[in-house]
Design a protein around this ligand. Sequence first.
Ligand code: ADP
Ligand code: AMP
Length: 215
Amino acid sequence: MNIILLGPPGAGKGTQAELLVANRGMVQLSTGDMLRAEKNAGTDLGNRIKTVMDAGELVSDEIVSSLIDENLKRLRPDQGVIFDGYPRTAAQAGSLDELLAANGRKLDRVVELEVDEDALVERIVGRYTCAKCGAGYHDKFKQPKVAGTCDVCGSHDFKRRADDNEETVRTRMAEYRGKTAPIIPIYEARGILIRVDGMADIDHVSAAIAAALDE
Ligand code: ADP
Ligand code: AMP
């Protein structure tokens, strides 16, 4: 099964992708993670996209679609994919259709996480991840079971994203409203869109997604 998780920044895409990977053995392809890896590695590409990402604007369609292309090719055909943070524009949605077809895959479902914008700033400014394994946490909504220790790998080292500040979040939301939300009707017209209440707590959102995928 190949699915897209769609929703504004902080909607819970990464959190739900992490659960789908753990529970169903699917593979998460997050363009945000790929771009941050390039940025942190200081590659030519990383240096070119740093300013764009730190400002909360969208990186070019060509760059993100070529990252998806490279990563998709490496997967075994039996591995289901979760696209997290991609596509974000109509051009990317078109590229994804082509890349899936070229890899003998099809898009089964698009899950839209519906959230109140007012809640997103709080979610984003409280977000952090394990520096070693990448597991996601929140100051208030998802604390590690033992304070200061990652539930998954036991590391004591955590990090926050450079773009997770209130000012950048506003730009990221505007990008979502202007460029990403308009692609939702494409999937609705195909009959593969599922809307899930992203304001429920993490376990309820996960149960709603599981129920929708198993229908
Ligand atoms: P996205 O990948 O869509 O940008 P994340 O999955 O990183 O969003 O979630 C943003 C923050 O909100 C994280 O710190 C996460 O722990 C927290 N979070 C995710 N889902 C929920 C939820 N349903 N309720 C409360 N907090 C949540
Ligand atoms: P995310 O981790 O999904 O919140 O993405 C972080 C940042 O990476 C975004 O604000 C963009 O600058 C960039 N980015 C991630 N995915 C894409 C994409 N599909 N298209 C364009 N830019 C992207």
